[in-house]
Design a protein around this ligand. Structure first.
Ligand code: PAF
Length: 281
């Protein structure tokens, strides 16, 4: 497995990799969710590149950039064992040198939900993803459904900016009790870790109601809220039942594919999760 830090090193190593090339962009501190993306890329592509970069521009000033977990030696060992060809670990200075001033802004689909709660987040994501795509020039790029809005934002920018690549969205990987895998789960103490299962319980309660025939969007949102209300450590930030294509909230009857999603503080840790109803990402 090769590693590259600078853009020159990346470009040099990239030249020798056969097509189709799969890129798995990550912020490191890898878990089974990331590894499922790597495995999908390994199955479907002749070469696999993984980027590890904790992107400062997608974190708000009060967010966890400084304490975001990092463990590069462990990440590299995991990726080597998965048969990855090349790992790119750019530096913040390499990505955003002195004088940097170019940003990518996706509009409507980036505005609600995470976009509303985390101003500037998707500008940072879209910008860094475009820079990763330009540098690596993948044929396929792999993202997790756990960050469903991010996947939709990236699909939009790939279409709008004519990137010749396919965005592949892989299913959320969950712990046995349903908690979606996330690097941020490490922040939870044992009591909070138990409480964190409430996100998946809330989503599955609404999913069960939908499967039993409930199509009223308010009642599906209420089904999630009722479960969250029973967990004293949970502070919901939003609960959504939105149209899957543009993330506008369903009003009245849900008559097409929907994304159920929520963001909930468990103690000081903000967690997100989602399920798709009547379609797929
Ligand atoms: O999902 C992530 O880990 C990040 O948002 C990404 C796509 C690697 C961009 O920094």
């Amino acid at each position: 497995m090769e590693t590259a830090i600078t853009l020159d090193e990346l470009r040099q190593a990239r030249k020798n990799l056969p097509a189709p090339l799969g890129l798995v962009p990550t912020m490191g501190y890898l878990h089974e969710g990331h590894l499922s993306l790597v495995r999908a890329a390994r199955r479907e592509c002749a070469s696999v590149v993984v980027s590890i970069f904790v992107n400062p521009t997608q974190f708000g000033p009060q967010e966890d950039f400084d304490r975001y977990p990092r463990d590069l030696p462990r990440d590299l060992a995991l990726l080597e064992a998965e048969g990855v060809d090349l790992v790119w670990t750019p530096t913040p200075q390499g990505m955003y040198p002195e004088g940097y001033q170019t940003w990518v802004t996706v509009e409507k689909v980036a505005a609600p939900l995470e976009g509303a709660m985390r101003p500037g987040h998707f500008r940072g994501v879209a910008t860094v993803v475009v820079k990763l795509f330009n540098a690596v020039q993948p044929d396929r790029a792999y993202f997790g459904q756990k960050d469903a809005q991010q996947a939709l934002v990236i699909r939009r920018l790939v279409a709008d900016l004519n990137f010749p690549l396919e965005v592949v969205v892989c299913p959320t990987v969950r712990e046995p009790d349903g908690l979606a895998m996330s690097s941020r789960n490490i922040y939870l103490n044992p009591q909070e870790r138990r409480a964190a299962t409430v996100l998946y319980c809330a989503l599955t309660a609404a999913q069960a109601a939908y499967q039993a025939g409930e199509r009223n969007a308010d009642r599906l949102r209420q089904a999630m809220e009722a479960v969250l209300a029973r967990e004293p450590l949970a502070r919901p930030q939003y609960v959504s039942c939105a149209r899957l294509d543009d993330l506008q909230e369903w009003q009245g009857e849900v008559s097409g594919p929907a994304l159920l999603s929520l963001a909930v503080f468990i103690g000081g840790t903000r967690l997100i999760d989602n399920l798709v109803l009547g379609g797929e990402l």
